[in-house]
Design a protein around this ligand. Structure first.
Ligand code: ANZ
Ligand code: ZN
Length: 800
């Protein structure tokens, strides 16, 4: 039997929080803390991933609020995008109605989970009062020269009938991220935001993002992909100089053939007089990804500028048109791809770099790809690869240092309805003209169900007047990538009702940067990089002070079911609503936060849920059935308990600060069982007990806020526990410092013992401490995985 009726308790407190507007915050004043979860895509229902993500930020924001900070913890809806259109099609409705229904359902779900959001700041990206500022942003970026229109090959999903960003094309098979259809290539006029202008800045600043996981920083570095190299020209017989890009100019003496991408203009021009080359180019399907490298000998030669040697020219499919210059010098001795092709075509393979350590390699077997010492390279022999690159860059006339990037400009045009209309009209006389600020927003017309882009079918809407000449013009029918919406929404939350600007700079600066951002690792590149880019551009324009939007980032792990990800497509979903109904929101939240620290994956477990609920029942009984009449207690026991309460509070506070809720909660569990024993095995001192209970309830409040409110009231408090002060250890500060000092010494001691004894296995170490430090020492002796290193023992003689 349960000790409390969770449904009644939870809805009671949810109503009271609402009535008193507990989570509303005005402007940032005292210690502003901005806690943000990546806002949800409006897909229909909350899933366990949402529950985990939002519980993390909710618990942390409650913790900081109780510590007296002004806390901004907002929520909104990422509500434009393809899935709404697809759903509308399937369900015979329209994207707006479907989206609004989803929002209502999800809002209700969040309320049931007890998340403390400032609902006055709710934002919905598909509303004109939000997306008009995307259009405003487009204009500002245009003024700064950060917008460009150009014809470009785009990824085209034939099923979604839309252009996809590179990031939306998945895997080696190049499948659409939404529908898994193989992606094709098309050339269209597109609007681009020039992210590449910020490539260096974005890359260099990653070094300072020390509140971010190393993995995400590395993914961003790779995505930007800065590469130092050189361009150099080879003279191709009958076609003049052709430039190549190489990161290994030091290997140029080993260039034994030259290769052009099929799309390269020189390849095309060779094909005009050479049927075999023309046939080969026709036979290559750039969309088809074959592991097998193919190519054709043009019969022409190119002159190696370092050696003067004539080497054969191939047209080959492993040379990519959009990488470097679309042509390469092939060095099969030192590049794996070139090696494979050389073996296939029986081309010479030469070694020009030897391992620096004097070791032997056989380049006829496989390419030696590392830097080393030059051999077979004339006057450069004996030089290190790095020195040779510099020397060759100086010596070869056509060579020039070049920095290359993997990062491309951000193509934002989408040929779909459910997005922000790009604020442009096309005039026969003036060409593309931006819609002026005072005519924004350009609102979406009513949805019409057609195959293709509904905006193309909106004939009346399409007609416009040219802002420049007043003549007839036609509206841009493309809408913006929804990643534009999410690239600045965190700024809008700071001033969500502003009708004159996307946000007021002073307000934004008061809250920004986001102190703690939490979301999925799937956003490591796109969303997080676009947000950094937009924030940097806004900083350069003077709209915000801080160039980086997110100071600390946590990417939460997955909630799995028996080791596999919970997902609709796998049909292994545990629905949050059912758990909330059966056990209560507090139980769901407590289970999730206890199971693992935020970054880790964990398995859903019915017994874990059950045990979380049992713990709440225990605490409920402990508080509501506490003795209230004074009796004679044992001062030594009381002192011991008081000390343990302090220790639990101090440790749990640190753990909350680190977002290691699982550890904070095991502290709370330890405290609860101590208080259970104190009540049942001893005659407790009423004050000590109440102090313990009051600390316990507050330690639980961030994670189990409803039952904590109920018990806080039972302990005789008037206000909300959500607004109560965070507990603090009762000792004076010096005592606390002493504790800290001992804590650190103990940690040092463990390390020291390991060092001196050269013990590989710290588990073999004995740690002997005074009994009162047992608890602390046990915690300290844990390694990164939470295992206790060594044996921890208490020794009476060490007692102080
Ligand atoms: C000569 C060389 C020698 C290279 C060597 C590498 C190693 P990675 O290697 O991925 O960092 N490259 C240049 N243009 C290309 C194109 N259009 N398509 C395919 N590959 C191209 O990228 C840099 C290298 O990719 C360049 O350096 C070039 O091969 C090749 F031991 O030049 B290298
Ligand atoms: Zn005009």
């Amino acid at each position: 039997a349960r000790d409390f009726q969770h449904t009644a308790v939870e809805s009671k407190w949810q109503d009271r929080w609402d009535d008193e507007n507990v989570y509303h915050v005005e402007d940032a004043e005292a210690d502003p803390t901005y806690v943000l979860a990546m806002f949800p895509y409006t897909s229909g229902n909350l899933h366990m991933g949402h529950v985990r993500n939002y519980t993390i930020t909710d618990a942390f924001s409650r913790f900081r609020r109780m510590q007296g900070d002004d806390v901004l913890h907002p929520i909104g809806w990422d509500s434009f995008g393809l899935p709404a259109e697809n759903a509308a099609e399937e369900r015979d409705t329209n994207p707006r109605d479907w989206t609004m229904d989803c929002i209502d359902t999800m809002r209700e779900g969040m309320r049931d989970l007890g998340f403390g959001y400032d609902w006055d700041r709710e934002i919905t990206t598909c509303e004109p009062d939000y997306y008009r500022w995307n259009q405003w942003l487009f204009r500002r970026f245009h003024e700064e020269g950060l917008v460009e229109r150009r014809a470009a090959d785009v990824n085209w999903c034939p099923s979604c009938e839309t252009v996809l960003a590179d990031e939306q094309v998945e895997g080696d098979d190049e499948l659409c991220w939404r529908c898994d259809t193989p992606v094709e290539t098309r050339e269209l006029d597109q609007w681009f935001l020039k992210t590449t202008e910020y490539a260096d800045e974005l890359l260099d600043a990653i070094d300072d993002l020390d509140g971010w996981p190393a993995s995400v920083r590395e993914m961003q570095r790779n995505w930007i992909g800065r590469q130092e190299g050189a361009t150099v020209e080879f003279d191709v017989e009958g076609h003049g100089s052709v430039e190549v890009f190489t990161t290994r100019l030091d290997t140029i003496h080993g260039a034994t053939f030259f290769a052009l991408a099929p799309e390269h203009p020189v390849a095309q021009s060779i094909a005009e007089d050479d049927d075999a080359v023309a046939d080969y180019i026709d036979s290559v399907d750039p969309d088809e990804d074959t592991d097998e490298k193919t190519g054709v000998d043009t019969g022409l030669t190119a002159t190696n500028p370092a050696t003067g040697e004539e080497i054969p020219v191939y047209v080959a499919d492993f040379v990519l048109a959009d990488v470097g210059t679309g042509a390469l010098m092939a060095v099969p001795g030192h590049d794996e791809r070139d090696h494979e092709f050389a073996v296939k075509k029986d081309l010479p393979i030469e070694q020009v770099v030897a391992p620096a350590d004097g070791g032997d390699v056989d380049v006829s077997e496989s390419a030696f790809g590392e830097d080393g010492v030059l051999v077979n390279s004339g006057e450069y022999d004996g030089m290190s690869s790095a020195a040779a690159r510099d020397a060759l860059e100086d010596d070869i006339e056509s060579a020039a240092h070049e920095t290359n990037y993997r990062l491309r400009d951000w193509g934002i045009s989408r040929q779909r309805y459910w997005g922000t209309p790009i604020p442009v009209v096309y005039c026969d006389d003036c060409g593309p003209v931006l819609v002026p600020d005072d005519e924004l927003p350009v609102e979406l017309p009513e949805f019409v169900n057609t195959t293709g882009n509904p905006l193309d079918a909106a004939d009346e809407w399409k007609q416009a007047t040219c802002p420049e000449c007043g003549g007839d013009a036609r509206r841009e029918t493309d809408t913006m990538d929804t990643f534009v919406d999410s690239s600045w929404y965190f700024l809008r939350y700071t001033d969500p009702h502003n009708t004159d600007a996307p946000f007021d700079s002073e307000r934004a600066n008061a809250w920004m940067p986001v102190d703690q951002y939490v979301g999925g690792i799937e956003h490591a590149v796109m969303h997080l990089l676009y947000s950094r880019f937009v924030t940097r551009a806004l900083e350069d324009m003077g709209y915000v002070d801080d160039p980086e939007p997110f100071e600390n980032l946590v990417t939460q792990g997955m909630v799995r079911l028996d080791g596999s990800k919970m997902s609709k497509s796998k049909g292994n979903v545990v629905s949050p609503e059912r758990i909330v109904e059966e056990y209560g929101a507090d139980t769901a939240r407590l289970f999730m936060m206890s199971a693992a620290q935020p970054e880790r994956d964990f398995d859903w477990s019915a017994s874990g849920v059950e045990s979380a609920r049992e713990f709440l029942d225990t605490v409920y009984r402990l508080v509501t059935e506490r003795p209230t009449e004074a009796a004679d207690s044992d001062p030594a026991v009381d002192e011991y308990v008081a000390r343990e309460v302090d220790a639990a509070v101090a440790t749990a506070t640190d753990e909350y600060e680190d977002l290691t809720f699982n550890n904070a909660l095991s502290e709370a569990r330890g405290l609860a069982s101590l208080l259970v024993r104190y009540q049942s095995d001893a005659t407790p001192d009423i004050d000590t007990l109440e102090r313990g209970l009051s600390a316990l309830v507050r330690l639980l409040a961030p994670v189990a806020p409803h039952v904590a409110e109920e018990l806080w009231a039972d302990l005789g408090h008037d206000g909300f526990v959500a607004e109560a002060a965070w507990p603090e250890p009762e000792r004076d500060v010096s005592d606390h410092d002493l504790e800290r000092a001992l804590v650190e010494n103990t940690r040092e001691d463990v390390r020291h013992i390991c060092d001196v004894a050269d013990i590989d296995d710290p588990a073999a170490v004995e740690i002997v401490v005074a009994p009162e430090w047992m608890h602390t020492a046990l915690d300290l002796a844990r390694d990164a995985d939470g295992n206790v290193m060594g044996a921890v023992m208490g020794d009476e003689e060490l007692q102080q």
